[in-house]
Design a protein around this ligand. Structure first.
Ligand SMILES: *Cc1c(COP(=O)(O)O)cnc(C)c1O
Length: 365
């Protein structure tokens, strides 16, 4: 992580100093400007900065409950192949996560399976743009329209990605496609803070106001509480750090894209399945995830050759101890992915040349 921020060190220090010297640490110009800048990036009318990505998603669902759109026990469809936080946001609100299997090619929610999962209690679908690949297609939109479901994007891994088809609002950038979206500024995300942070995006004025109130003790104005809320604020120092890094996001995403293309072009080993590059959308490559049946052996071989890898994610939510009682149907693709996925190095300071060198090592496996 220190490496990830090395290119911006001087600017980050200067921006932090400015906030410290100014002496306003919450709810001031840095958070306001950050909200305006990332709302412009995601092309939404509203952005509410919050404490982290999980809280962003929790607040959206809680706001829908306060607005009478969801009730305890209502169901939200979530892809089974995701980080557990997507599922936690649903169950935390007294809502029921209904797990949907994913597609082999996108590794994202398979919209062809949605219709069979819908019940009279279904209220929303939460597509996750996992690994930076947009999850948005005609079938998803059609099912949501037919059943009057909200679409809440988990955009934690895909800020700045562009989908192949337009969202509800006619725009293409993830985070602005559905009814609302949550994002994470966890340090390793493409736009990472120097600590925790997150944001909610929406074009819905009422939802934005409700989320903003809920994140600030449930108050709509000072010392006036309309909800039993939380404290989920982003602070000025993190907002200032994020505003520095936002200026380089596009450039960093372009480098990741070049690294991904270098890997895909150079990896040529029948044991290693590379991820699909979709030319009709813009993936931002939060992770570059290959599939290998002999995963442990492959990772040990790479480690021996100085290449560090990771797994996103080895244990899907429905196999976690905390969800032992969660009912779900068959999830064969998710379970196969959990056994086979390996994330190759892609974040700064990895370059396309590094990717070629790593691909050569992989090809000798
Ligand atoms: C990181 C992440 C989250 C949670 O964000 P935090 O800021 O860590 O709370 C939620 N969903 C997905 C898909 C993520 O990758």
């Amino acid at each position: 992580m220190a490496l990830a921020n090395a290119p911006y060190m001087d600017e980050l220090k200067a921006a932090a100093c400015e906030v410290i010297e100014r002496g306003r640490y919450l709810h001031s110009t840095q958070t306001e400007l950050l909200e305006q800048e990332i709302a412009a990036l995601c092309q939404t009318r509203h952005c509410v900065s919050v404490s982290n990505g999980l809280d962003a998603l929790r607040l959206i669902l809680r706001a829908y409950k306060e607005l009478g759109i969801m009730r305890d026990g209502d169901e939200v469809i979530v892809p089974a192949n995701t980080y557990v936080a997507s599922v936690l946001a649903v169950s935390d609100n007294g809502l029921v996560p209904v797990l949907c299997d994913v597609r082999e090619d996108t590794m994202n929610l398979d919209s062809g399976l949605l219709e069979a999962l819908i019940t009279p209690r279904t209220r929303a679908i939460m597509p996750v743009h996992l690994y930076g690949t947009p999850c948005w297609d005609n079938m998803l939109v059609q099912v949501a329209r037919d059943h009057d479901l909200r679409i809440i994007e988990d955009n934690a891994q895909a800020i700045g990605a562009r989908s192949a088809i337009a969202g509800f609002n006619g725009t293409f950038i993830t985070g602005g496609l559905g009814d609302a979206a949550g994002i994470s500024f966890y340090p390793t995300k493409n736009l990472g803070a120097l600590g925790d942070g997150g944001a909610v995006f929406t074009n819905d004025d009422e939802l934005a106001a409700t989320v903003r109130a809920l994140a600030n003790y449930g108050s709509d104005r000072r010392y006036h509480n309309i909800y039993q809320g939380y404290n989920c604020r982003l602070d000025e120092i993190q907002a200032a750090m994020l505003r520095v890094k936002l200026r380089y996001l596009d450039q960093e995403n372009k480098t990741r894209n070049a690294v991904a293309r270098a890997y895909s072009q150079a990896i040529n080993n029948p044991h290693v399945k590379t991820p699909v590059i979709f030319e009709d959308m813009e993936q931002i490559w939060h992770q570059y995830v290959v599939r290998v049946e002999s995963r442990d052996d492959f990772r040990a071989y790479l480690a021996d050759n100085g290449v560090g890898t990771d797994i996103h994610y080895a244990t899907p939510a429905h196999k976690q101890p905390c969800y032992i009682n969660l009912e779900h149907g068959a999830l064969p693709v998710t379970e196969r992915l959990a056994d086979e996925v390996v994330s190759l190095p892609i974040a700064h300071p990895i370059t396309p040349d590094d990717a070629h060198a790593i691909a050569e090592i992989i090809n000798r496996y």
